[in-house]
Design a protein around this ligand. Structure first.
Ligand SMILES: [Zn+2]
Length: 200
């Protein structure tokens, strides 16, 4: 009889478990982990955009190289959204390497995006004829990395979003734990009955 009551209590706790809301941080961790995994696989062409107003300024199809020490990338071609300044100024690329450079501006928001070398010493000649964009002033978009989708059609169909999947997985885990604890309880009851039989 006591065992039966305990099972009924358990039954009640099953119901409350399924009604309780899911811990949102657990779902978020799941989402973050998966998002990071997907990032590693992305290797498509990249569109470079103005870091401030997001206008496209170029893409990786005209890639010319990168200057890691100066935190710049070089592109052979840029879009019309990049405005080449009119005034040139002196720039010390490195010790004893004075260059004449012209600033590059964004047509949309007028912020400085990078520079072109108007005149360089011989060892830096490869930098002429290329647009040098400051990594800090631009953003990028990887082709094919769009992830937003419209909800699936149909009145009752629920779209299988990552969040929804996370909730379902969480509920499955909770169900497994409940089944296991119930099985354990049954074993205990079984053992108890066995003992009673043995005594009798
Ligand atoms: Zn801009």
């Amino acid at each position: 009889m006591a065992a039966r009551q305990s099972l009924q209590r358990r039954q009640k706790s099953i119901n409350t478990t399924f009604e309780s809301s899911i811990d949102s941080t657990a779902v978020e961790e799941k989402l973050f982990g998966q998002a990071e995994e997907e990032d590693g696989d992305d290797d498509g062409p990249v569109v470079f955009i103005c870091g401030k107003c997001k206008l496209p300024v170029g893409d990786s199809l005209s890639w010319d190289g990168s200057e890691d020490c100066q935190n710049q990338i070089r592109l052979k071609r840029v879009t019309d959204n990049v405005v080449v300044g009119e005034d040139s100024r002196l720039h010390e690329a490195s010790k004893r390497s004075l260059c004449l450079i012209v600033d590059l501006f964004c047509r949309g928001c007028s912020s400085v995006l990078g520079m072109v070398y108007a005149s360089t010493p011989k060892n830096l000649d490869h930098k002429r004829f290329a647009f040098c964009l400051n990594v800090a002033d631009i953003d990028s978009y990887v082709l094919g990395s769009a992830s937003q989708m419209l909800a699936a059609e149909g009145p009752k169909e629920q779209p299988v979003t990552l969040e929804y999947r996370g909730i379902v997985e969480q509920q499955l885990t909770e169900m497994k734990m409940l089944v296991m604890s119930m099985a354990q309880r049954l074993e205990e009851i079984d053992a108890g009955l066995q003992e009673e039989c043995d005594v009798a």
